[in-house]
Unconditional design. Sequence first.
Length: 136
Amino acid sequence: MATAYNLRRLIDKVERLAAPETIAEMSQKMAAESLRLIDQGFTSRTDPYGEGWRPTKRPNPVLEETGQLRHGWTVDHIGANGFQLSNATEYAKFHQGGTKTLVIRRMIPTTTRGLGPIWGPRLREIAMRALHEAMR
């Protein structure tokens, strides 16, 4: 039994996988999903690892006295190397990383802990779908 492979077609598909526009499109979809995941975390009051936020001393919902923190997340950059999320709310970093007097209430994954069980599967699914599309 003999099987013929069209190497040029395979090479073209592989090149599409590495094309900056393919990666940028995948990054855009992953960035949009990341914003949804942040909002989902605020709704469920959990961090990207599924751990609940500790309650505050105030009667307001955790991290939502004004709504600025929840709605302050933006995508700063989308490109062939990925995307960057940020929050211009001056106190976002204190909640994300904690301080001596403020407990950690993570809103986005950390580089040391990775994407975790919530963000990881969702972003991998988007990446796999984009790669599958590029290979068609």
